[in-house]
Design a protein around this ligand. Sequence first.
Ligand SMILES: *Cc1c(COP(=O)(O)O)cnc(C)c1O
Length: 487
Amino acid sequence: MVPHLKQRIDLISLPASSTIRQTMQTIDKGALGLALLIEPKTKRFVGLVTDGDIRRALLNGYGLESQISDVPHPEPQKARVGMTSCQIADLFSEPVRVVPLLDDNDRVVDLALFDQRMHLPVAAPSLGDKELQYVSECVLTGWVSSAGKFVRRFEKVLADFCGSDYAVSTSSGTAALHLALLALEIGVGDEVIVPSLTFIATANAVTYTGAKPVFIDSEPETWNIDPSKIEKAITPRTKAIIPVHLYGHPADMDPIMEIASRHGLSGIEDAAEAHGARYRGRSVGSIGDAGIFSFYGNKIITTGEGGMVVTDRADLADRMRILRNHGMSTDRRYWHTEIGYNYRLTNLQAAVGVAQMEKAADILRTKKRIAQLYDEGLESVNGISLPPRAPWASSVCWLYSILVNGNVIGDGRDRLAAELAKSGIETRPFFPPAHLQPIYNTGQTLPVAERLAQSGLSLPSAIGLRDEQIKHVIDTIAAISDSLAQQ
Ligand SMILES: *Cc1c(COP(=O)(O)O)cnc(C)c1O
């Protein structure tokens, strides 16, 4: 809602006995496309006409001197002093973009305007003065490329955050995955085990190296790679496993790393969605041979675009620093003995990252509170399953995600999503599993991943959302669930 519209109320108010001509002049002054009709003596609000109402009236034979109160106009939506912003938000619809706020005497005291801020997003970055200050420092000092103090600081902060010895920043999470695979010497002819239910980058980074991603089904308890299905997929060509901590819930790392070590495989954690999540007390990313993070705009910590590999292995960190910088020799500048990449993070991006990490604890606390509100509010809603919570896991709920039971709720997930969209509530369906994507299309049937992909829906989880907005989402889901279950 935009406040301070009060001055405009007088400008667009006129007696209900006015002519169409006078009303058009009044509408013109307010630039809101409407006029408020008022009872002149009491100042009571009696109606609202839009320029569309007038256009239709003129086409239907009304003249400019016709009385405006004779022009057909729909019964207006009215808000009352004391209503919450969510109650007011419910009054808006496709044609209704302005709602007058009335006091006990039916006088208009304010106007509520529909605008984009009514939109409740799945994710949104939380950027503030600190980010601006650090970025300004880069601009003012000219340190905008990949040399500069913020890059080193960001790497140090991330290593400490994970309890890892080394952190190597990269231009994206995908670049981080690629670098980690390259440093582990994975390439043509090799196979790498990945969950099918993940963002496509996990599999694509494997493909970049010339190796083949081998897709594994999910486990229903965590939605992550099913450790009990890994061993059957191991061949003499298998070199590594990449568990993904999907939507911020850790994968079951102990059995995965046990299988890896028994077969001499590397473990790379894809923690792109799980900054700050913990597995049996350990930070995700620090458990495998290497762990990667993404700082894309919708991730828990963002630098716009960006990524990081954390590891305790000095040899891997050294290799990755060379490979991300065109494979340039460390003791001779512009001397190249292998083909490397430009996967460097800029100082500008790292400046944003350092500022973000200063409030990481706040961000994670807010994520937890949002998840708690959803957990409590959705527990008793028919036809919905809540996200996994393994007893050994501390999830960060990157995107609070539910499963929609198609037997209870009409056409299931897509129907619910479409209904929520009408109320300005953004949702996102789960990723289609990689084994079904046109680029891989392996012909496998992976029933758990496929079922999750069909029924999974992520809800508004942006940390800027207020408690009452989360409650509004919950109430809307409950109401839709009730009405769909009755059909
Ligand atoms: C976002 C994401 C990535 C890739 O990160 P980018 O920074 O966008 O390249 C990789 N894996 C998962 C699971 C992700 O969600």
